[in-house]
Design a protein around this ligand. Structure first.
Ligand code: ATP
Length: 363
């Protein structure tokens, strides 16, 4: 084994994790590549060409790179765990009237544990991924995730659920680079095709990004079970009909299938009555949120209320807030109103660039 140690690199076949693997290989680590098959793209009922990370092409791309650089590559079939947990939860959350966060759930419950198990079997001290984030040990002995240097690509938001035990053995080799630099490195590695590869799908298992079709595919009786319901205003006035509440998300404006003469947004989803509440943009504003199932990263707990920046969705700039921990739940009081708090989505807390932790937004 090399002096640097052995590292299991999660290779999706995309440019980021490919460059991460080569980078570690060139730094002198004993690299072993691994591609997880989470989902059968072909069975998802979409028209999509096989472009997702679990397609044969992606697996072959990862393998070809490993062969080219002379390090081993394995395929790990986690379709059962992924299907039972991440995909079932995705469908259940929409049926509960919430907006699921599958990448976070996968990282928290599936990806890291599957990788760690395999790392132990292969005698790897570390695992590495191509996430744009940084990791370091803080003065208090905890492993802290901080934002990636590339603000546009920072992926710390999806990593709030990873445990300290797993972080202790994790590396993010791309944290101090920009996406542009990574593409340039791929070019310099002689990997022109890889350098050009487009970003992966937002949700890896939903073909064509059409989550409505995916829900129908996974739950063919969904439309009989739920059926059409009412669009209402916040005072209860019925203003039209919709195709069923699971097909809507908080903050949605497009694709409502109704015109009321002014821009209207989904402001609430009421599964009990199969109603979707519409309102004007200002009705999306809230000054407080509660976040469940929290995992704290930088500190073990918050002994007293603390100022932090809270992001309520992946591409959110973040808002000033005060956090008050109540056991497993975080109360978030925003300094100014924020728009579009969607139950089920992650709320993620930051102190400067450091990730304090996160959890799932409650109703
Ligand atoms: N199917 C997979 N098998 C192995 N590792 C994966 C897989 N999907 C994602 N990963 C790992 O998780 C990281 C983040 O995944 P994400 O889907 O956000 O990809 P990305 O940022 O587009 O990166 P890439 O260019 O490597 O696909 C990847 O860089 C990779 O290390």
């Amino acid at each position: 084994m090399s002096k640097k140690g052995r590292v299991l690199v999660a290779m999706s076949g995309g440019v980021d994790s490919s460059v991460a693997a080569v980078m570690l290989h060139e730094q002198g680590y004993d690299v072993i590549g691994i591609t997880m098959k989470t989902w059968d793209y072909a069975s998802a009922g979409g028209s999509s060409k096989e472009t997702g990370c679990c397609s044969l092409d992606s697996i072959n791309d990862a393998r070809a790179l490993a062969v080219g650089y002379g390090f081993p590559h394995y395929i790990l079939d986690i379709r059962d765990e992924f299907g039972d947990y991440v995909i079932d939860n995705f469908v259940d959350e929409y049926i509960a009237g919430r907006t699921p966060n599958p990448c976070v759930l996968c990282n928290t419950h599936i990806k890291w544990s599957a990788l760690m198990k395999r790392a132990d079997k292969l005698d790897c001290e570390f695992i590495a991924t191509g996430h744009y984030a940084n990791i370091r040990m803080h003065d208090n002995g905890r492993y802290v995730i901080s934002k990636g240097r590339d603000e546009n690509k920072d992926q710390s938001y999806v990593l709030w659920g990873v445990s300290q035990e797993n972080l202790a053995r994790t590396q993010f080799p791309l944290g101090s680079f920009t996406k542009k630099e990574i593409r340039q490195m791929a070019l310099e590695m002689g990997q022109a095709e890889l350098a050009k590869k487009s970003e992966s799908y937002e949700i890896c298992f939903v073909p064509d990004n059409d989550y409505r079709a995916f829900l129908r595919h996974k739950r063919p009786t969904l439309d009989q079970e739920i059926g059409p319901g009412n669009f209402i205003l916040s005072d209860g006035t019925v203003v039209g009909q919709h195709i069923g509440y699971p097909y809507f998300t908080i903050g949605q404006r497009k694709g409502l299938g109704i015109a009321l003469g002014k821009p209207m947004f989904v402001i609430e989803i009421l599964p009990e009555s199969n109603s979707v509440v519409l309102g004007e943009e200002h009705e999306l504003e809230k000054s407080q949120a509660f976040v469940r199932d929290i995992n704290l990263v930088k500190y073990a707990s918050l002994e007293r209320p603390m100022e932090a920046v809270t992001k309520i969705r992946y591409k959110d700039a973040g808002a000033e807030s005060v956090l008050t921990q109540q056991g497993n739940v975080m109360q978030v009081d925003f300094a100014h109103q924020v728009k579009g708090i969607a139950p089920g989505q992650s709320a993620v807390f930051y102190e400067g660039n450091d990730l304090l932790g996160g959890g799932f937004l409650m109703k």
